[in-house]
Structures are given as C-alpha cells and as structure tokens.
Ligand binder design. Structure first.
Ligand code: 3PG
Length: 215
C-alpha cells in the first residue's frame, strides 16, 4: 500500500489528527501509543521545540501501526530534514511554494495552511487537492469552510486551530473536511502527570464523535 492510500484509509476510518509536542522522546512515544490505543493512528509531531524531531524519530522507530508526519514545518531545509528522518507527511502553518513543490515532486502528502480564498486558489493551482485550514476558528470556522467548499468543489480541508470535542462534530459534518487536527487530544497537564490513560480516553471520545457524525 502506498503512503497516500494508507493515509487516506486511516483518515477515512478516524478523521482526527492529534498534535504531539514536547521535548522528551520517551514521553512522545508514550503519548503516541496512548493515541493509537484510543484509535487515532495518524499523528502530527509539531516542530516547536529543540527535540521535536527526535520525538518524531522515536515515535517512528518505536510505535507500530501509526503514520507520523511533521507539523509546523517552516522552511524547505526543515522539510528535507524531517523527510530524511522518516516523516510520512508534512504540515505547514502557511502556503510556501518551495516546500509544496519539494513534497509534490517526492510524492509526499503535504498540507499547507490556508485561510483565504486566494490561498486556497493558489494551492489549487499548484496541484493540491487537500490543504490545512488554519487557524480554523479564527479564520471563520464552519461557515467559512462551507463557503470555501462551495467554490473549491474538489478541495478537501484539514481544519486545525480551536477544535475540541465541543465543535469537532460540526466540522466533521462537512463532507469536504478530510480530517480535523488539534492539540486538545494531548493536554500538557495530563502529559506532565504521566496520565496517558486520559489521552487514550480523549482519543476514544474523538473517534466516537467522528463515528457518530460520519456514519
Ligand atoms: C496548529 O499548529 O495547527 C495549531 O496550533 C493547533 O491549534 P490548537 O492548539 O487550537 O489545536
């Protein structure tokens, strides 16, 4: 199975992408296992700490049955580096041509952030049919996504930013939402307390909402 097909299958079954941060590879591994055990197996490790890439590498090496991507990728060098480390998809907060081109030419799924019709149209012109919608709640939330979806009929969106169990169902009810991303599944206090069961519970809750919305 190619990564595209595997990723599509996993997101189809569980259209929620938890963000994993932090600075400690051992903790990142436990967090990823807890998420997977809760049914979420597409994980975005955000490059927001000095050891983020090591956290991603540790998950790739030690956690079975997950697809691991790198998020908060800001430069082409970072994109090349995370791909060398085994990242299976790339997420950026914005739309950057050289990162998109590099990923497309290497057949790596890339989700650049967009929040306006102009950005979505530019992504569309670059050949993308899936983009991040970020920061979702501040960029207009569900009403804005409805408006964009009406115009860009082939585009699918990954809203991220301000999503939680409270509004996940509203986003997933939109047929052009590929998946929702967010950090609500990996709360810092639960991680600091070593309460990985809480993370599994949050993942299960999200999956139940997804199943209810999409069945
Ligand atoms: C992102 O990187 O996509 C956002 O910072 C996630 O936003 P959230 O913390 O509100 O989920």
């Amino acid at each position: 199975m190619t990564i595209d097909n595997d990723l599509a299958a996993k997101l189809g079954a569980a259209p929620v992408v938890p963000l994993v941060g932090g600075n400690d590879p051992a903790v990142a591994v436990e967090t990823a296992k807890a998420l997977r055990d809760g049914g979420l197996s597409v994980i975005e490790v955000v490059l927001r700490s000095d050891a983020a890439q090591q956290c991603m590498e540790a998950i790739i090496e030690q956690v079975d049955d997950v697809i691991v991507g790198a998020g908060t990728v800001l430069t082409l060098d970072q994109a090349k580096s995370v791909l060398d480390s085994g990242a299976q998809f790339v997420v950026c907060p914005g739309l950057v041509d050289n990162i998109v081109e590099h990923c497309l030419s290497n057949s790596v799924p890339i989700y650049p952030g967009t929040m306006t019709a102009g950005e979505v149209q530019r992504a569309y012109a670059m050949g993308l049919r899936e983009v991040k919608f970020f920061p979702a709640s501040l960029a207009g939330g569900v009403p804005m996504l409805k408006a964009l979806g009406a115009v860009f009929r082939e585009m699918r969106f990954m809203p991220t930013g301000g999503i939680s169990t409270a509004n996940l169902g509203e986003y997933l009810a939109l047929p052009h939402v590929l998946a929702c991303g967010g950090s609500w599944l990996t709360p810092a206090d639960a991680i600091a307390a070593g309460d990985f069961d809480a993370i599994t519970k949050l993942a299960r809750e999200a999956l139940a909402i997804a199943d209810d919305t999409r069945k």
